[in-house]
Design a binder for this molecule. Structure first.
Ligand code: NDP
Length: 499
């Protein structure tokens, strides 16, 4: 006999198919609590979707250290070659809602939760090494331009390019977004980057600035606009299908983790601000150092429990890993955890996706909605700190070393600088070949097509500062759109007010 169906309170249920009525045709009885519970529960089966990164795909797996980096960090997950740590990944698009098609042109989120013995370390990155803006004041406005227009309820290229033209440091990221890498074939075929500058410190208290890179072992593969448009016509779930099929077939996606390392005081001597999220660190100056291998090998048994409930935040770090003065990182440390308090509830860190695997969780944040976990210290009197009853106490030995930077405030001002164009110029003129540049031109011209002339001209001026060929190439494509080129993001008409 199959297991007995029960109520949520554990009592056996006699029927799961016939409503209780007064007589054989009478109205439904209020005492049919099981029916009421079933309907009421259904109404509560969704939680607020993330404002950004709503559509996501996740896997479980593990990270293995392959190289010794203990001279840079005392983080225990990197303490010896061969050491493994459980990982939960979540990849996502940024702008689309939960039902958005997977193969849309967008930046991809690339988040990893490392369940280390000293608590969780969340590497909350993207598939791009940089971002559109460098100051947190700009972030909510930027996201508004990516979401729906308040009147048309449509995505608005006019708003996107209007904003970008006024924030020219965004041209670096917009170039990547409109390049071949703007539509990865699926998460297995893209890199992940921590993007921000973080820090490491070693057992001697020496601090290093660090960037994280997870390089795909499957190789980069992308869709063109036309290919993606055709695919989306057939399936909106191509990433979920690809990842599920790969892992179920035993074809586990892998990435090689690397770091770039900068000695602490070197940050002051650089021409560019190394804490500016719109800049990379050139590989020639800061070569990639191999650290380990990430293998994602398990489809979670329950998507909602492990992927929708996954709560990533840069605030989750472990001893040996620190922040940096990156203003966007500083803001995300607050805002990501706060998003999860709102979306999942006060005790979101105790949910199965978020609870540490090996670390012992002991804190004084006791009560609140959904306090479903046990967090007692063996003595009911130990419910505040400090106490004389054996409650947990802070461990001064994990204090971070002090920052030694003498910050030059001018480097942190939110103003356009010539240096903002140097790296996009290198990407355009030195990294891309002519075929990539041609596709970049046509992708961007297609994305801008619905915009007003004033916005187009302002954006062309930004492109011209990157490279005259860039401006000329996009202008030429805009004037002679090839019939085969599909409009990538959203083809709606610009809002009237912008004309
Ligand atoms: P390198 O030639 O050493 O590195 C260029 C990098 O560009 C490679 O990592 C490559 O990634 C990546 N790349 C190639 N095509 C694209 C694309 N369409 N979109 C995004 N990245 C791409 O040069 P530098 O380190 O001196 O950097 C030159 C420029 O390359 C930078 O200004 C930046 O725009 C871009 N870049 C730099 C990165 C860095 O961390 N230094 C990382 C990514 C981009 P892969 O090896 O995977 O093919």
């Amino acid at each position: 006999m199959a297991d007995r169906l029960t109520t949520t309170a554990g009592a056996p249920v006699p029927s799961n198919d016939t409503t209780k009525t007064a007589g054989s045709r009478g109205p439904t009885l209020l005492e049919d609590y099981q029916l009421i519970e079933k309907l009421a529960h259904q109404n509560r089966e969704r939680i607020p979707e993330r404002v950004v990164h709503a559509k996501g795909w996740g896997l479980q797996g593990r990270f293995t250290v392959t190289q010794d980096i203990t001279r840079y960090t005392c983080a225990k997950l990197f303490s010896e070659v061969g050491k493994t740590t459980d990982v939960l990944s979540r990849w996502s698009t940024v702008a689309g809602e939960q039902g958005a098609a997977d193969a849309e042109r967008d930046v991809r989120g690339f988040s990893l939760k490392f369940y280390t013995e000293e608590g969780n370390w969340d590497m909350v990155g993207n598939n791009t090494p940089i971002f559109f803006v460098r100051d947190a004041y700009k972030f909510p406005d930027f996201i508004r331009t990516q979401k729906r227009h308040p009147k048309t309820n449509l995505r608005s290229p006019e708003a996107m390019f209007d904003f970008w033209a006024a924030q020219p440091e965004s041209v670096h990221q917009v170039t990547i977004l409109m390049s071949d890498r703007g539509i990865p074939k699926n998460p297995a075929h893209m890199n992940g980057y921590g993007s921000h500058t973080y820090s490491f410190y070693n057992a001697e208290g020496e601090r290093f600035w660090v960037k994280f890179h997870f390089l795909t072992q499957q190789g980069h593969e992308h869709y063109t606009n036309a290919e993606a448009e055709e695919l989306i016509g057939k399936t909106r779930e191509s990433y979920q299908e690809d990842l599920y099929n790969m892992v179920e077939a035993g074809d586990f996606p892998k990435w090689t983790m690397h770091i770039q390392v900068m000695p602490e005081l070197e940050a002051e001597r650089l021409e560019f601000n190394p804490f500016d999220l719109t800049k990379v660190w050139p590989h020639g100056d800061y070569p990639l150092i191999e650290v380990g291998e990430l293998e994602m090998n398990t489809v979670p048994e329950n998507y909602f429990q492990m992927v929708e409930n996954a709560a990533y935040s840069p605030s989750n770090k472990v001893p040996g890993i620190g922040y940096s003065p990156d203003k966007m990182l500083q803001a995300r440390v607050f805002s990501y955890a706060d998003a999860h308090r709102y979306r999942l509830g006060t005790h979101y860190e105790a949910l199965p996706a978020n609870a540490p695997h090996a670390a012992n969780v002991q804190h004084y944040h006791k009560d609140g909605a959904m306090r479903f976990f046990t967090n007692d210290f063996g003595n009911p009197d130990a419910y505040y700190e400090p106490n004389q009853y054996g409650g947990p106490v802070a461990d001064a030995s994990v204090e971070e070393p002090p920052l030694r930077l003498n910050e030059d405030a001018a480097r942190y001002r939110q103003v356009e600088q010539d240096i903002d164009y140097v790296q996009p110029r290198a990407l355009y003129a030195e990294v891309m070949d002519q075929g990539e540049r041609d596709r970049l031109h046509s992708n961007m011209a297609a994305a801008m097509a619905p915009c007003s002339e004033s916005v187009k001209e302002r954006w062309y001026a930004v492109l011209g500062k990157v490279h005259p060929d860039y401006e000329a190439g996009v202008r030429a494509c805009a004037e002679n759109p090839k019939e085969a080129v599909a409009i990538p993001v959203t083809p709606e008409t610009p809002v009237e007010a912008a004309e």
